[in-house]
Design a protein around this ligand. Structure first.
Ligand code: NAD
Length: 361
């Protein structure tokens, strides 16, 4: 019997490089820690359109439903052909598996071009409602054009959706520095953001050990630049979270440093970096694999805690050591983070870091 069944969904463009790199590192760390994993290749994206006639071939959701988690590479849907078979799969996956919380950490490491040395925050972005028209309604789209020159975009906020994501953020804050910041704009969106904030305080009553404060989103955009060190866990609605997480990534070295884990109430997790498929650098061997590898590491840690598998927690810890070792040396860092290494060079650096720990242990 295997400990975990994990899917490999490469996605597009740099996904074909950074996802295999993440699997390579996870395999090595898992082997060293005695974690047995069954890896399952699941075709998705542009290549799946060519080979299976659909960017999310029939049977994908059923296959994923039988797994414990999966690594989803970035999806370059902007350049998909305009045919019904070419859809963006990730909103469907987030929705189908109720992965309502997108946990996106930003952390500074020395020498990589972070704007401050001591940033360590996590933004928890609501994933399945809000302003995202491809997932906030059951059928059709939350965006429509009643006349040629009028467009209406609907933002959906629910009590249940708000409570769920805030609870996930409070659990995370409890395991960290016990501070949670609610980001919203209830000064203007009195009903929508109002409901989010009210629901948040309702749940927060169950967490008296976590200190909760609030910041209006425009002020937050400024404060993230001025004093990002003052934040621990931040929770916000979908679109605000989408924008603020890229801003936070910019503070710590750019999109290559922006990992993410999509989670829900169940014990399935989806590792998905914040960045897109970076077609401008695909195939050049210079994409920074950190975000995808760290997302994968977060998945093993989360699954290990959730399912009480100590070897998965140890695998994540070993990956962390390898990653930190590679990040500490410009010769094992990619150029976007002040390094001289190719992507392969960085992966080798991480692998050596894993072994070094093994030798040390
Ligand atoms: P992008 O995130 O792909 O790239 C923005 C910039 O950041 C580019 O200059 C790129 O080279 C750089 N970058 C991104 N990841 C990097 C990495 N790991 N290492 C080094 N540099 C990196 O955003 P985009 O160019 O606006 O979008 C490209 C495609 O990705 C589009 O089709 C878009 O729709 C899609 N997209 C997908 C997701 C997702 O799957 N989660 C998210 C955002 C965009």
């Amino acid at each position: 019997m295997v400990d975990l069944r994990i899917g490999i969904l490469e996605g597009d463009d740099i996904g074909h490089e950074i996802v295999p790199a993440s699997v390579r590192i996870a395999r090595a760390a898992a082997a060293a820690e005695g974690l047995s994993i069954e890896w399952v290749d699941v075709p998705i994206g542009r290549r799946a359109l060519d080979t299976h006639g659909h960017t999310m071939p029939e049977g994908t959701l059923e296959t994923l439903g039988g797994l414990d988690g999966w690594i989803l590479g970035p999806i370059g849907h902007q350049t998909y052909p305009k045919v019904p078979e070419a859809i963006n799969p990730h909103p469907i996956l987030r929705k189908r598996f109720d992965l309502f919380a997108n946990v996106r950490p930003s952390r500074s490491y020395p020498g990589i071009g972070a704007i401050y040395d001591d940033i360590d925050l996590v933004i928890v972005r609501e994933n399945n409602e809000g302003f995202q028209p491809d997932r906030n309604v059951v059928a059709g789209s939350g965006e429509f054009r009643p006349t040629e020159d009028v467009t209406i975009s609907v933002r959906v906020i629910t009590k249940e959706g708000s409570r769920k994501v805030v609870r996930a953020a409070l659990d995370l804050a409890r395991a960290r520095r016990k501070r949670l910041t609610l980001v919203h704009k209830n000064t203007v969106f009195k009903l929508g953001c109002g409901m989010f904030v009210e629901s948040a305080y309702e749940v927060a009553r169950e967490y008296p050990d976590v200190e909760v404060d609030e910041v209006i989103v425009d002020t937050m955009a400024m404060r993230l630049v001025r004093d990002p060190q003052s934040f621990d866990v931040v929770v916000t609605t979908n679109m605000f979270g989408d924008i603020l997480t890229d801003e936070a990534a910019g503070l710590v070295g750019g999109l290559g440093m922006a990992p993410g884990l999509c989670i829900g109430r169940g014990s399935i997790a989806m590792a998905q970096a914040t960045h897109g498929s970076a077609p401008d650098i695909a195939g050049k061997g210079i994409a920074n694999p950190y975000a995808m590898i760290e997302s994968t590491r977060m998945m093993f840690e989360w699954l290990g805690i959730k399912r009480e598998i100590p070897a998965a927690i140890a695998t994540a810890a070993r990956m962390k050591q390898g990653i930190e070792r590679a990040l500490a040396d410009p010769e094992t860092r990619t150029p976007d983070i002040n390094g001289t290494a190719s992507q392969d060079g960085m992966v080798e650096g991480i692998l050596q870091g894993l072994e070094a720990m093994h030798a040390h242990a």
